[in-house]
Design a protein around this ligand. Structure first.
Ligand SMILES: Cc1cc2nc3c(=O)[nH]c(=O)nc-3n(C[C@H](O)[C@H](O)[C@H](O)COP(=O)(O)OP(=O)(O)OC[C@H]3O[C@@H](n4cnc5c(N)ncnc54)[C@H](O)[C@@H]3O)c2cc1C
Length: 402
């Protein structure tokens, strides 16, 4: 007789690794999925076609209490953990990638930065309104000559009585022109390079602030990406976020949560793709049999499902560790790099599996192909993620040699 196997359940108290979601995380995901499938998925194609900013979806996110969900209740949040937040970005992106990124920028890139670096007065002034959805947030770092190398930004902030005057031009701001508050990064001490950048919270109506028209894009067309133009914009001292000259640290730290959000967007897009192509394979017949009955087609589906699961595990691990306060820059970049890569490859593979149907404008698969590509570009391109991973990896090896 073989020795009795001790089930994992019985020894779970002694195990460090547990892949189960908590009941609260399950419930949050179920609520996010229900909202997204009921309200966002049916309208995603219309928004893609009209390019209209989906304010309706943003207001629904506010009504259902998803905005700023990771913040403490004192500031209007729900005190949710970071994995729950990632699950929500995944579900919203699965239904509508545009809504996924609007939600992600508002939460990770804007509200969390205000919470992490703001004074108590700033937190109380800005966060409850962001959480109630009365105000939409944006994050403006990129400039014409400062994308991957964001520290090369040239927007200038000059000291004046009571505050600063900002001049310059930002490009590619998500929620641009629609958002009410912008986290804007500008040079305050040119001689100190990346140690001379400051973050400002600038309201949409500030005199001298204007916006370019929404850019025509390959995908996520309704997400409003614009230039932000600053002509001698006065920003009072009480709208400086964090310490003067230490804004670049805020920009980079904020991208940790942001990259988790984009990895979740990639996972959501790939899940939507698998849902779509698996259903198609079960229905479509060629040579008298369903595509789903062909081993060659099954092999593609199996690989897509495996990529999806691997991306999801990297994402959940990074989100969980980040939420625990662990420094996981490398793991976050791995999650974004891998999730975006398999999302792009998976949407293309699905389009191929669907034949001419997958190439038709206005179909779900065609939109998912277009929407997936941006996950490899924003919040650090895939090359930048590889650089971050390699740098951390080599530093670990060097530590071992000391
Ligand atoms: C739709 C959209 C929304 C966006 N939203 C925002 C936003 O809300 N806020 C914001 O601040 N920015 C936003 N961005 C900007 C985005 O983050 C940048 O486009 C991105 O970081 C890349 O910068 P870049 O376009 O200047 O490309 P570049 O930095 O010019 O890079 C061009 C190419 O060179 C590669 N490359 C660069 N440096 C290296 C290197 N050292 N080694 C190897 N390869 C390298 C890059 O990977 C890329 O392939 C958005 C962009 C888009 C398209």
């Amino acid at each position: 007789m073989p020795p009795p196997v001790v089930s994992d359940r019985r020894r779970s108290a002694a195990l460090a690794m547990d892949f189960a979601l908590t009941p609260e995380q399950e419930a949050t995901r179920a609520r996010a999925r229900a909202l997204a499938q009921r309200e966002f998925a049916p309208h995603a194609a219309e928004y893609d076609k009209s390019h209209e900013f989906p304010w309706r979806n943003f207001h629904l996110l506010a009504e259902e209490g998803f905005l700023c969900m990771t913040l403490p209740e004192r500031y209007g949040g729900k005190g949710a953990d970071y994995l729950s937040y990632a699950l929500c970005v995944e579900e919203f992106s699965r239904a509508c990638p545009v809504t996924g990124v609007i939600f992600e920028v508002h939460n990770s890139l804007h509200a969390e930065a205000v919470y992490n670096h703001g004074t108590e007065e700033q937190r109380m002034r800005f966060l409850p309104r962001l959480a109630r959805g009365e105000v939409l947030g944006a994050y403006s770092l990129t400039e014409p000559n400062a994308g991957s190398d964001a520290s090369a930004l040239q927007t200038q902030a000059v000291r004046v009585e009571g505050g600063w005057r900002l001049s310059g031009r930002k490009i590619f701001t998500t929620n641009g022109g629609q958002a009410d508050e912008y986290l804007l990064y500008a040079v305050t001490s040119p001689e100190k390079r990346s140690h001379g950048i400051t973050c400002f919270i600038v309201p949409k109506e500030a005199p001298g602030l204007s916006f370019g028209p929404p850019l025509e894009k390959l995908g996520i067309r309704a997400s409003a990406t614009t230039d932000v133009i600053l002509q001698d914009v006065f920003v009072p001292d009480d709208r400086v976020l964090g310490v003067v000259d230490e804004g670049y640290k805020i920009a980079l730290r904020t991208l940790h949560g942001g990259r988790i959000g984009i990895a979740a967007q990639g996972v959501g897009i790939l899940q939507a793709t698998l849902d779509n192509v698996a259903r198609y394979a079960l229905e479509r017949e060629t040579f008298g049999r369903r595509l789903a009955d062909r081993q060659l087609v099954q092999a593609h589906l199996a690989e897509m499902a495996t990529d999806l699961e691997a991306a999801r595990l990297l994402l959940y691990q990074a989100a969980w560790k980040h939420g625990q306060g662990q420094r996981v820059t490398k793991e976050i970049s791995m999650a974004k790099l891998f999730a975006s890569k398999v999302a792009v490859a998976g949407t293309m593979r699905a389009a191929e599996l669907m034949g001419g149907e997958g190439y038709q404008a206005g179909t779900l698969q065609e939109r998912l192909v277009r929407d997936s590509k941006i996950t490899e570009i924003y919040e650090g391109t895939s090359e930048i993620q590889r650089m971050v991973i390699a740098r951390a990896l080599l530093a670990e090896y060097q530590m071992q040699e000391v």
